[in-house]
Design a protein around this ligand. Sequence first.
Ligand SMILES: [Zn+2]
Ligand SMILES: [Zn+2]
Length: 234
Amino acid sequence: MKRFLNIVADIFYPRCCPVCQKILADQRRMICPECEKELRPIGHPRCYKCGKPIETGEYCRDCQKHRHVYEQGRGIFVYDGIMRRSVTRYKYYGCREYGDFYARAMYRYAQKELREWKPNLIVPVPVHRSKERQRGFNQAAYLAEKLGHYTGISTDVNIVQKVLKTKSQKKLNALQRRKNLEKAFCVTGDVRGKNILVIDDVYTTGSTIDAMAGCLKRKGAGNVYFLTVCIGRR
Ligand SMILES: [Zn+2]
Ligand SMILES: [Zn+2]
């Protein structure tokens, strides 16, 4: 029965490649072989704090200037034209299967970090309930659950709630973003002494992750790390 349903789903909603958007010839794949060869995760040198690609040194310009609340984190791919299109389709156009590829990439390319950080709990960046209703799902929660499945680390997609609707962050500068995010999150469960891995689709300035880290630490959490699918260059 399940096999049959999978076949039906493949006919009506064939899986597409998250990079070139073409229907996958082999529906068991998550990315087409050509794109798999081309798409590279961010290598070295990268910022010791946020994982952004850098030319030289240890920290990116942003991390030299700002003290982050989280301990360390990494985005797997650069948020450029290709990945921007991919994430947009994932978030707004129902290409949920891209999330399977993203979560696998996070697991595959962040092995070293996962071993070092030893998180006890995986938590997605929450979206406000009204936004989730609008979109039909929380894109970060989907990734967190998949990553939890791959790593065997317990995952709680409800422990942090978005209690205030925040204005779109796109047009704000760093300080405005931070202000905008203050008090937006609420921790609803016990995080005392836990090392937490926060999951999101894209890291830009880090203000969201910092706001969550601050909220979690006020409730007694230990170290807070992040892992995102993409990270902006600047
Ligand atoms: Zn492709
Ligand atoms: Zn950095």
